[in-house]
Design a protein around this ligand. Structure first.
Ligand code: FNR
Length: 183
């Protein structure tokens, strides 16, 4: 049976390179994985008071969607050497109310991308830190810090560099094996 993977893209920008990267990763994945892109841009900032009052509709939608996922793929840029606020907010929204976290035990993979050479290393590892607390086993190898993102795609969003394409195919193969192992 197919495993259902939720994809969270850390950029809200329309022309996002990381969204292109996420789409390319989905295309390179082995059979047996189904993907759903789950938006985070409409989630009000987490405020525990709202969970005691009128829970925002966007939180309800997000929690339901994530609850159905078997695994989560994060593809995100780095903002100021850390993860973008929308990703952190999504983690917070999904982690509450206390005892009802949608993240608990779900296998994850993190791919960070940047036009710069460091490939979002800081964001990757700050995100990993939160996943430890959320009890989400994050794939350790292969690590995926993708630099030079602005030069990676043609006009149709295809990856132009065969070496990078092979590497990303390996990342998705590793993620599929990671999900299988933890199922
Ligand atoms: C950036 N960018 C950036 N890049 C990086 O490698 N390390 C960093 O710490 C930052 N910090 C940062 C902060 C903010 C607020 C912005 C808007 C941008 C540059 C960033 O990698 C670049 O804009 C990417 O194109 C963003 O990814 P998307 O939107 O193309 O997916």
């Amino acid at each position: 049976m197919s495993k259902h993977v939720a994809v969270i893209v850390g950029s809200l920008r329309e022309g996002s390179y990381n969204r292109k990267l996420a789409q390319a990763l989905v295309g390179l994945a082995p059979d047996g994985l189904e993907f759903t892109f789950v938006g985070t841009g409409d989630l009000p900032l987490y405020n525990p008071d709202l969970d005691e009052a009128v829970v925002p509709e966007a939180w309800v939608r997000f929690r339901k969607c994530m609850g159905r996922a078997d695994a989560v793929l994060f593809v995100t840029p780095e903002y100021n050497r850390s993860l973008p606020a929308n990703v952190k907010n999504a983690l917070d929204v999904g982690s509450r109310p206390y005892g009802s976290s949608v993240w608990d035990g779900k296998p994850a993979a993190i791919v960070t991308g940047s036009p710069g050479g460091i490939g979002g290393f800081g964001a990757n590892h700050h995100l990993r830190q939160s996943l430890v607390f959320l009890n989400m086993p994050a794939m350790q190898q292969p690590e995926a810090y993708v630099g030079g993102l602005h030069d990676l795609f043609d006009e149709q969003g295809n990856i132009t560099n065969d070496g990078t394409k092979d590497f990303l195919r390996g990342v998705m193969k590793g993620f599929a094996a990671w999900i299988d192992k933890l199922s």
